[in-house]
Design a protein around this ligand. Structure first.
Ligand SMILES: C=C(O[C@H]1C=CC=C(C(=O)O)[C@@H]1O)C(=O)O
Length: 407
């Protein structure tokens, strides 16, 4: 049950300024704020939490309709440095319906004060985005990354793992006059089919991204959905999804993710899932192999399937590896930097529609620092991986979110 209440809201301000001021309202008082645009949607949405402490949680969130409404922001791996978060929704603003706002009971009780603070905020100031207190990761040089790939291939050859997804971080200077809200807008325009997000929270910093990968969804029609997304090639001018041919390496890399998902269903003893694929899909300037999985929740006796699958799935072999624990151990030992929220997951739960949850893997993302951005990208390794090609693939993936870092 959502306890959010709909109220009319007609400040004398253009819609974009309302959004900017709501973000300012959160940031100037040290609170978390999440903005997102669903794949294919025309307008973004915003969730603001009034209680910072309420955001820190342990387990991945419950996805049932009885669970609280809010926005999940989970790291690749739990740690004191990268806490798993769920921002309970106190204010929800949908730019498709700019004349209203949804508020929680505690926000409703404070409406006069919130309205006053909102009205007093200057529109044109620079926004005080949250900054992570964690050290900036040391970027891997090409030689270092290729050595990591070679170590991954060795671990596969020796039988320690079957697949592992190595990754790296890159530092880029921010362009002069960089504005995170304008960058969020540009990501929406460039990638209409991605889940585009801008999340800023105390202890977490500020993250921007445009991901193609669903981790766990429960849709309006009561269908649980997830996908295997792995296998990459550039979308070259004379190529279409229909004409793309795939190397054995990509097919194998993809099949391991699909098998892992099937095994998660098996662990829950669920047989009634629909599997479609693999097919070729476009994500920005890249092509991926994708297999879609769906379960009609009204037709199976698994009321908590969404929550159970989420807890089994993360991190999938599209970002970790197979078997899971040895692959994660390999990454901890060899990767040489902290992924933080890259390859974690994020998205709204019961917000605004009760019974609907949309969680995505945090890929093609960057972290904002005062003068620079930290970009992240990884590649799935198999026994056939060539270090130079894997480096090249990370370069291509970095271009997705990197496209917004121009003068
Ligand atoms: C790990 C990333 O992508 C994953 C998703 C799609 C294709 C992938 C691949 O082909 O390696 C990765 O598994 C990333 O973008 O950083």
């Amino acid at each position: 049950m959502s306890s959010l209440q709909r109220i009319a809201w007609r400040p004398q301000l253009p819609v974009a300024d309302r959004l900017r001021r709501l973000v300012a309202l959160a940031l100037t008082s040290g609170r978390p704020v999440a903005l997102w645009r669903l794949p294919g949607a025309q307008h973004p949405r915003l969730c603001l939490s009034l209680k910072v402490d309420a955001a820190y949680v342990g387990l991945p969130p419950a996805l049932e309709s009885t669970a609280p409404a809010g926005f999940a922001f989970f790291p690749f791996r739990d740690s004191d440095h990268n806490p798993p978060l769920f921002f309970p929704a106190d204010l929800f603003f949908d730019l498709a319906r700019p004349e209203e706002i949804l508020v929680s009971p505690s926000a409703a009780a404070r409406l006069p004060e919130l309205r006053q603070r909102f009205a007093a905020l200057p529109t044109a100031t620079e926004l005080p985005w949250h900054v992570s207190q964690q050290p900036i990761p040391t970027p891997a040089s090409q030689a270092q990354y290729e050595a990591l790939v070679a170590a991954g291939v060795d671990a596969i050859a020796s039988g320690t793992v079957q697949k592992v997804v190595s990754s790296r971080a890159v530092r880029r200077q921010l362009p002069s006059n960089f504005d995170a809200l304008e960058a969020f807008e540009e990501l929406q325009e460039r990638y209409p089919n991605a889940f585009v997000s801008l999340v800023s929270a105390p202890g977490v910093g500020t993250w921007l991204g445009a991901t193609p990968e669903v981790l766990a969804e429960i849709t309006e029609d009561h269908v649980f959905r997830t996908m295997a997304l792995a296998g990459t090639q550039p979308l070259l001018p004379n190529l279409t999804p229909a004409t793309a041919a795939w190397a054995h390496k990509d097919l194998e890399e993809h099949a391991m993710v699909a098998r892992y998902i099937v095994n998660c269903f098996k662990q829950l003893r669920l047989r009634e899932y629909d599997e479609r694929g693999p097919r070729t899909v476009v994500a920005g300037q890249l092509l991926h192999l994708r297999t879609d999985f769906a379960v009609h929740l009204d037709q199976v006796p698994f009321p908590t399937l969404g929550t159970d699958m989420l807890r089994l799935l993360h991190p999938t072999p599209a970002v970790g590896g197979v078997p899971k624990q040895p692959a994660l151990d390999f990454l901890r030992r060899h990767e040489g930097y902290d992924r933080a929220y890259y390859a974690g997951f994020l998205g709204p739960v019961n917000l605004p529609d009760v019974g609907v949850a949309r969680l995505y893997v945090n890929l093609r993302c960057l972290q904002l620092r005062p003068q620079e951005a930290i970009l992240y990208a990884g590649t799935g390794l198999t026994i056939d991986s060539d270090p130079a090609r894997e480096w090249q693939e990370t370069e291509l993936k970095l271009r997705t979110v990197g496209a917004i870092l121009h003068e």
